[in-house]
Structure formats: structure tokens, C-alpha cells
Design a protein around this ligand. Structure first.
Ligand code: 3H9
Length: 691
């Protein structure tokens, strides 16, 4: 029997089966909640029914509350009221889990009296990733099942656990055979009836809480151990407080407290930002302007030119997913060094327990070194990662053109250069694309896929799909100086450099950015990456502070000195030497140093970045404002809880942004002349999200 469009009710002997089918992920939308409530009530009233199974069709059990309904008027039953109906049912409810039982979905399973799952299923409370906490009893019920320490880990990390681990923790009562969930759940329900098993309510359990009561230090220790990871985020601390309440307060009071803190987070800009990021990540994968049926090309073998830090990291991505790679270097010695570093990276990962030791050899076995570019002749994709110089890259592409098989994808990892110029060195510019990886390339999530004026649609689609295959977030961008990420970085560089000449210290600039939420400041980042990256040793022009520091041998952390000084343990202190260089250079330039406030640092850096982002969007280098946000969050450490530069600007309100830019332009010149897009959007009463 159909209860409504998304829920059906069937009876199999004494077992009622309530099936939900609401693609794509069975989120607990209004219709789903109404349908399930109706079906449970039917089963309660049905004298022939002794127990009920709650199961989902499609790829997963409930993936959580329907995030798209947040902020809209609440339709009854709310998730919490649905839970009351299920938990207080007079007949046992069995949640039958496959796919991912997440957030409100797992919380609904936690009010069922028993849970059965297939081995491939996963259970988790990922609300923290959306700047939220589990607001339907997750913080109160999970510790009652798995204990306080595990609950703290699971809920603040948001990481799901597999069904087997869930069974060990007591979160799942029974494992079903893969592919046989419905029948096994019915069998399990029948057994419960036959054995006369009681209606178990998680809320009534206390043994796991009792275990924690003797250890009051749990919470303080947990906060201390995670202080760095949680810095700036509100949700983790709210979660910890709720779990403390689970221990200290009676169940109903704990629930009320959880609800209060959930409401607080839901109304906060951090959650709005993190929900924006969730959808923005998924949007980024959608390609604008190409036919949906554009075919992809098979990538069975990859070539990488350059075995340096970048080339090595890029090659690892493919070996990690089982794709063989040929790495080409000019000299055997450099090649050997590169391969040794890759092996070292894998061995370190294995030592840390993040990879099976035997996988080191499997992955190394997928990497073949060569000093002959001819060995790339059978590759489907060749990625060039040589020195950042147009002539060098053009020479490589000219050679590749003669060697690569027809139809092969020729990619460059350039971070600033014009890819049309590189492609022009070949007879097949339509086969050339940019694949801009971020260092360390085996770790960083971002991949800018750069389309040129000629890149074939099949190659664009293939590159975006490949990003997903190797676990990256691909963002499709246009071919212009620095693409999206580095062009905005250049705007930040310009302001940061200027600010220190005008009177700010590098540490003051860094502190403003750190306090805003970046993992590290601008100059700390430069010292880490190395001031000599991209530095032309031959041209000793002393044209700026960075060059002078380089000429002095101060290349950053690796030489124990850059903008900061570093001790043996890479602990930093502000450098008086660097400060002197800055002051001397400012004097030489005729710049009178003055006091610069933190507010000025904040505004000049951030609004310059937003303005550059607007230009990028206006020029079509990015397809959407949210793509720019994803680039800066995944590639440059923009704090996730601030949603990316464009979301942050929308949050200030574009009229405020425009006013700031006008004031900054009056004070500091045309670097702040506002993008025409901002002016247009303000005139139309719109934000970047509408652009
Ligand atoms: C919550 O539960 C609060 C409660 O504690 C308290 C309430 C009082 N809602 O990721 P995919 C869409 S908060 C609406 O590409 P996959 C998604 O946008 C929630 N829509 O697939 C996409 O749409 P489109 C806690 C959702 O197979 C499509 O589904 N739950 C939701 O790679 C496919 O998604 C979470 O945070 C949703 N909840 O991964 C879980 N979820 O096709 C969030 C997904 O238009 N979801 N969509 O682009 C996930 O982690 C993944 O989607 C999942 C599937 C693992 C389920």
C-alpha cells in the first residue's frame, strides 16, 4: 500500500515493512517524515502486526535531515516528533540499514528498538561538517550506546564507522548478508517476536554513561588534544557541552539542552557558511555549457614529466588509485632522487598506520622511471610539471607533440602561465588542458582544471571526472593569469607587501589572517613554501624585500631564516634582520612608515581579494562565485566556517563591500577600484550568489 509518494507499507506475516524511496539520498524531507509517521501508526493499529522493519530503497538509508528545508517553515511531524512516535511504538521497530545512515538518519535509527545493517553500510553523525550538532538526540543517545569517549570522537569528527565496527560498539545489533537486507531484517524481526525480546529504548540505558562518570578529566583532555583542530569552529565545543550534559542531566533535560544549542548553531553564520560549502562542492562538479552526454576518454596509463616535488606528488595520486605512471626526468640522478622521495613518503604513511605496509611496494610497482620522453608514447594522459618558465614548457610540449599518441591528453601543471601559448607549441592545441595541482600534490584536495579556448569538451569532462577518481575536488576555470587561486593570491601578496612597507610588521599581518581563521599567516606561508620558489637567481635586481631576503640566503624555513628566524625545531621568532631589510627598503622607496591598524590590514587584504574574485567572475574565468569559494577553501586554507571569499562578501552585504572599496580607493589608490560586477550587483540589489 502506498502511504504517500515516497513511502510504502506492506505486511509480511506478522511483520510490517515500511519502505522509503525518496531519491537521491532519502533525506528526511517533509514527505518522508509524514509518510513514515503514517506507516508506523498504521502498523501500531494493525492487530495482525507484531513488529515493523524500516528500510530504504535506492543508494542509501536516510542521509539525514533535508538540508534544503533548513530555514523554511517546519512541517509536522518534525523529526523529533517522528522519533517520539517510533520510540514509543508499542511494537518493536527495526531499522534496516544500507548505504550511509547519517545525521538525522542515524538519529532516527537510534530511536528504533533494534538495528540491523549490511556489512558495507556506514553510520555517522556528520552534522559538525555543516557547522551543526546532531539535533535529534544524537548527542544524548550515542554516548548511551557507545560510551562518552567514542561519542566525542565520532560526533566531533563527523567520520562514519563501518557496520562491522558499529556492531562491535553496540550501535548495530545484527549484521545482514550483503544484498539480502530486507529478508534478513524480516527474519530478525520474526526472531525478536519468537523470543519475546523487549522494546529496548536507548534513552533508558545508562551503563556506558556510568563508565565515564569516574573519569571527569575526559572532557578537559579531549578539548586540549583537539584545540588546534577545532580552533575557530563553534560546533565542536557545542557538541562537547551536549555530551557533558548527557552525563550530567536526566535524558529529557539533556534533549532540551541539545535542542537549544542546535538552534543556536543553526542560526549562526558558520553553519550557513558550511552548508554553502557542502552544496558549492557539489556544484563545482557540474560543468556549465557542455552537453550532458559528452563522452569521457579512458585513462589507463599516465605520464608525468618532472620528478621534483610537484611531479612526484602528482604521480602518487595515480598510483594510489591503481593507475600506472611513467615518470620522466632529464637526468638519471634526479629521477632516482625523485623516486626515493616518493618511496619515503609512502613508507612514512605506512609507518603512521595510514596505509598497509604491503601497499608501498604495490604502489611503487605502478611507477616506472625513465630518462627518455619517448617512453610516454603510449600514455593516455601526460602531465608536464617542469620548471615554471614559458620557453622551457613550450619546448617540452613541442617534443610531446612529436611523441604522444594521437588523441592523448597533454596537460600542464603551470600555475600562472598562458596555456594557449604553451598549446601553440603543438600541432594539437585542442588536446591541451591545464591541470593545476597544489603542493603537496598528493595531499591537497584542490585541482584547478584549466580549459583553454581550444580544449576539446571530451577532455574537459575527462579531467573533471579524473579529479574525482583521484580524490580531488576539481574546479573548472578559464585560462587567465594565475587562473582563480593564484590570481587572488597575487592580490593578497600585493597588499601584504605594501602594508609592511607602509608600517605594518609581517607578524601583525600574519596575526590578522590567523585570527580571521587561516591556518597560518601570509609571511609564515611564504617562509614555509620557500621564498626562492620562482626566484630568478641570475637577476639580482633587489627589486623588492623578498628578493633581497633571497639574495641574503634567507629562503625561509629551510634556511632557518626568511621573514622569521627559525630554531632547530622550526619554531619561529620575528626576525630583526628581516625587519631591518623592510625598513631600509621602505626608506629607499621614499615611503614614510606609519602606524597601521589591524583593521586596515584586515580590510585591505580581504577586500582586495574579494574585488579580484569579482573581476575573475565577471571575466568568466570562474563559472560561479561558489567555485571561487571552493578554490580558496580547498587550496589556500580560507577558513571553512567563513564560506570562502565570495560567500563572506555576500554576508557583509555587497553595498558594504562597495562602500569599503570606495573608501580604500580614496585612501590607497586604484588597486581598490571596484569591479564593475560589484557595482552592477549592488544596483540590482543582488549578491555574488545571484551572479
Ligand atoms: C541533520 O541531519 C540534522 C539533524 O541532526 C537534526 C535535525 C533536527 N539534504 O553527495 P552526493 C543531495 S543535518 C538534502 O553528490 P554521494 C546532494 O546535494 C544532515 N540534500 O552523493 C546531491 O544533490 P544534487 C546530516 C542532500 O553518493 C545529492 O543529494 N547529513 C542531502 O557522493 C547527491 O549527493 C549529512 O550531512 C541532505 N541531507 O554521497 C549528509 N545529502 O544531485 C550529507 C545529500 O542535486 N550528505 N543531498 O547535487 C552526504 O554526506 C552525501 O550526500 C552522501 C551521498 C554520503 C549521503
Amino acid at each position: 500500500m502506498k502511504v504517500n509518494d515516497v513511502v510504502t507499507y506492506e505486511v509480511d506475516g506478522p511483520i510490517a515493512v515500511i519502505t522509503v524511496n525518496s531519491p537521491p539520498v532519502n533525506a528526511l524531507s517533509n514527505a518522508v517524515r509524514q509518510g513514515v509517521a503514517g506507516a508506523v501508526q498504521t502498523a501500531i493499529g494493525d492487530n495482525g502486526v507484531g513488529a515493523m522493519v524500516l528500510i530504504c530503497e535506492g543508494r542509501t538509508f536516510f542521509a539525514g535531515a533535508d538540508i534544503t528545508e533548513f530555514g523554511k517553515p517546519q512541517v509536522e511531524p518534525s523529526l523529533r516528533n517522528l522519533q517520539l512516535i517510533v520510540e514509543n511504538a508499542t511494537k518493536p521497530v527495526i531499522a534496516a540499514i544500507h548505504g550511509t545512515a547519517l545525521g538525522g538518519g542515524l538519529e532516527l535509527a537510534l530511536v528504533a528498538h533494534y538495528r540491523i545493517a549490511v556489512p558495507s553500510a556506514k553510520c555517522g553523525l556528520p552534522e559538525v561538517n555543516l557547522g551543526l550538532l546532531p539535533g535529534a538526540g544524537g548527542t544524548q543517545r550515542l554516548p548511551r550506546i557507545v560510551g562518552v569517549e567514542k561519542a566525542l570522537d565520532l560526533i566531533t569528527s563527523g567520520a562514519p564507522v563501518g557496520a562491522r565496527a558499529a556492531k562491535e560498539m553496540g550501535l548495530v545489533d545484527e549484521l545482514a548478508a550483503e544484498g539480502n537486507l530486507r529478508a534478513d531484517a524480516i527474519g530478525f524481526a520474526q526472531r525478536l517476536l519468537d523470543e519475546g525480546r523487549p522494546l529496548l529504548k536507548v534513552r533508558d540505558r545508562s551503563e556506558k554513561l556510568d563508565e565515564a562518570r569516574g573519569k571527569p578529566e575526559i572532557f578537559a583532555d579531549f578539548r586540549k588534544a583537539n584545540a588546534k583542530k577545532f580552533r575557530g569552529f563553534k560546533a565542536p565545543e557545542h557538541i562537547i557541552r551536549c555530551i557533558e550534559a548527557a552525563l550530567e542531566k536526566p535524558f529529557d533535560e539533556g534533549m532540551a539542552y541539545e535542542r537549544e544549542l542546535f538552534n543556536e548553531l543553526q542560526a549562526d553564520s558558520q553553519s550557513a557558511a558550511q552548508r554553502h560549502v557542502f552544496f558549492a562542492e557539489r556544484q563545482a562538479a557540474k560543468i556549465v555549457g557542455l552537453a550532458a552526454d559528452t563522452p569521457t576518454l579512458p585513462i589507463a596509463k599516465v605520464g608525468v614529466i618532472g620528478a621534483g616535488t610537484m611531479g612526484g606528488g602528482i604521480a602518487m595520486n595515480f598510483a594510489n588509485v591503481g593507475i600506472p605512471v611513467t615518470i620522466v626526468e632529464a637526468k638519471q640522478e634526479t629521477l632516482d632522487r625523485g623516486l626515493k622521495i616518493i618511496r619515503g613518503n609512502y613508507e612514512t604513511t605506512a609507518k603512521k598506520g595510514r596505509m598497509k605496509p604491503e601497499d608501498v611496494e604495490t604502489r611503487m610497482g605502478l611507477l616506472t622511471g625513465s630518462v627518455a620522453m619517448e617512453d610516454l608514447a603510449d600514455c593516455d594522459l601526460i602531465i608536464e610539471a617542469v620548471f615554471e618558465n614559458l620557453d622551457v614548457k613550450r619546448e617540452v610540449f613541442g617534443k610531446l607533440d612529436r611523441i604522444a599518441r594521437p588523441g592523448a591528453i597533454l596537460a600542464t601543471n603551470t600555475s600562472y602561465l598562458d596555456i594557449d601559448d604553451i598549446a601553440a607549441a603543438t600541432s594539437r592545441p585542442e588536446s591541451v588542458v591545464g591541470l593545476h595541482f597544489f603542493s603537496p600534490a598528493n595531499v591537497m584536495k584542490l585541482l584547478e582544471v584549466v580549459r583553454t579556448k581550444d580544449t576539446r569538451p571530451e577532455i574537459i569532462v575527462t579531467a573533471m571526472k579524473l579529479a574525482k577518481t583521484i580524490g580531488k575536488i576539481g574546479v573548472l576555470v578559464g585560462n587567465g593569469f594565475g587562473f582563480v587561486g593564484n590570481r587572488i593570491l597575487a592580490a593578497r601578496n600585493a597588499q601584504a607587501d605594501r602594508l609592511v612597507l607602509e608600517g605594518a610588521t609581517p607578524w601583525a599581518v600574519d596575526k590578522v589572517l590567523y585570527d580571521f581563521g587561516f591556518a597560518m599567516g601570509h609571511f609564515q606561508m611564504r617562509d614555509l613554501v620557500g621564498l626562492d620558489v620562482g626566484w630568478n637567481r641570475e637577476a639580482t635586481s633587489s627589486a623588492n624585500v623578498r628578493e633581497i631576503l633571497n639574495e641574503m640566503g634567507r629562503h625561509g624555513q629551510k634556511t632557518k631564516g626568511g621573514y622569521y628566524d627559525y630554531d632547530e625545531n622550526r619554531r619561529q621568532t620575528p626576525s630583526t634582520v628581516a625587519m631591518q631589510v623592510i625598513e631600509d627598503f621602505a626608506a629607499k622607496q621614499g615611503i614614510a612608515r606609519r602606524a597601521v591598524s589591524d583593521e586596515e590590514i584586515h580590510d585591505r587584504i580581504l577586500f582586495a581579494m574579494v574585488n579580484e574574485g569579482a573581476r575573475i567572475l565577471d571575466e568568466g574565468i570562474a563559472s560561479r562565485a561558489s567555485d571561487i569559494d571552493i578554490v580558496w577553501i580547498t587550496g589556500y586554507g580560507w577558513p571553512k566556517y567563513r564560506g570562502g571569499p565570495m560567500f563572506w562578501a555576500d554576508l557583509q552585504g555587497l553595498p558594504v563591500v562597495l562602500e569599503k572599496l570606495k573608501a580604500l580607493e580614496a585612501a590607497h589608490g586604484e588597486a581598490f577600484s571596484s569591479s564593475p560586477l560589484i557595482e552592477r550587483l549592488v544596483a540590482e540589489g543582488k549578491g555574488f550568489k545571484d551572479a
